[in-house]
Design a protein around this ligand. Structure first.
Ligand SMILES: Cc1cc2nc3c(=O)[nH]c(=O)nc-3n(C[C@H](O)[C@H](O)[C@H](O)COP(=O)(O)O)c2cc1C
Length: 273
């Protein structure tokens, strides 16, 4: 069986899970091609899905949904009744309604979604001082990934059109979810910007920005376009792209989510069939 994995990953958690998922499918006898669709340029290409019997889509959760740029890209695809699965990585907080809203997009595009999964990963805002899910994903998450792949592979291979069961519906309207998405700038108050003399003008931040928001000459991300994924901060070889210190907001986040650090850290990855 030929499978394609398309994944978006700004800071490495989703790409790590995509690797484990790929290895597991290969271990079951599948041929797997993987495509990194994180950069803006990579999503301007047209991908031929015809050679594949099934597709897997992976993305981080950004404000309770797949990132805006991923949702936009998914809406350009033609599923042609092909089987697919989705998986997400997240920092231990809001998951709902990610599975539901992404499945809706994929179904609208003509895919048949057979399974889904969510995996814990270090929260992106740990780069600013949060302490969510440090050290994740780890072996416990990889174990869930292998189980997810085993169940998904069975469904991909089967003639039986067994599909993903009903998911918890959302009462939030699209505009409300968009508003929630805009709250990221209440925490990331300073968009990535150059701070320091050591920039080599390698242009990586601009070339690899998922939202085409970074201007390397100016050393500043455009706030209107920026999705706060912090890919630029992570990949900058000189480490000169900076954000604000978010340490102060961490206790408030825990209070708002009504959870303590220890309980948060004990959360487990899971799959949905
Ligand atoms: C703008 C933004 C919004 C996020 N929203 C959520 C969220 O709603 N719930 C959550 O648990 N984690 C959230 N996270 C954390 C990421 O989902 C998590 O760190 C993810 O594993 C990052 O994947 P990556 O390393 O592949 O980019 C958010 C991160 C960013 C940058």
């Amino acid at each position: 069986m030929k499978i394609a994995i398309f994944y978006f990953s700004a800071t490495g958690n989703t790409s790590r899970m995509a690797e484990v998922i790929k290895e597991s499918f290969v271990g079951l006898g599948a041929h797997v091609d993987d495509y990194d669709i994180s950069s803006y340029a990579s999503r301007q290409k047209r991908y031929n899905l015809n050679p594949y019997q099934a597709i897997v889509f992976g993305a981080p959760i950004h404000s309770w949904r797949a990132p805006r740029v991923v949702r936009e890209w998914l809406r350009t695809l033609d599923g042609g009744n092909k089987k697919c699965s989705m998986f997400f990585t997240y920092g231990g907080f809001g998951v709902h309604p990610t599975h539901f809203t992404t499945r809706k997009i994929l179904s609208d595009q003509g895919f048949v979604v057979v399974s889904s999964a969510e995996f814990l990963g270090e929260h992106t805002f740990n780069l600013g001082g949060w302490k969510a899910m440090t050290g994740r994903p780890d072996e416990s998450d990889f174990l869930v990934a292998r189980e997810y792949v085993a169940g998904t592979y069975k469904r991909f291979a089967s003639e039986d059109p067994e599909i993903l069961g009903e998911l918890e519906k959302t009462n939030y309207r699209e505009e409300e979810l968009d508003l929630i998405e805009s709250f990221r700038f209440n925490i990331l108050t300073k968009v990535p910007s150059r701070d320091g003399e050591d920039c080599s003008m390698c242009m990586l931040c601009e070339e690899l920005c998922p939202a085409s928001a970074m201007d390397a000459q100016k050393g500043l991300a455009d706030k209107e376009k920026c999705i706060a994924c912090l890919r630029c901060v992570t990949i900058c070889p000189e480490g000169v792209l900076k954000i604000n210190d978010m340490t102060q907001t961490w206790p408030f986040k825990l209070e708002m989510e009504k959870i303590d650090e220890e309980t948060l850290q004990q959360k487990q990855s899971r799959s949905y069939f």
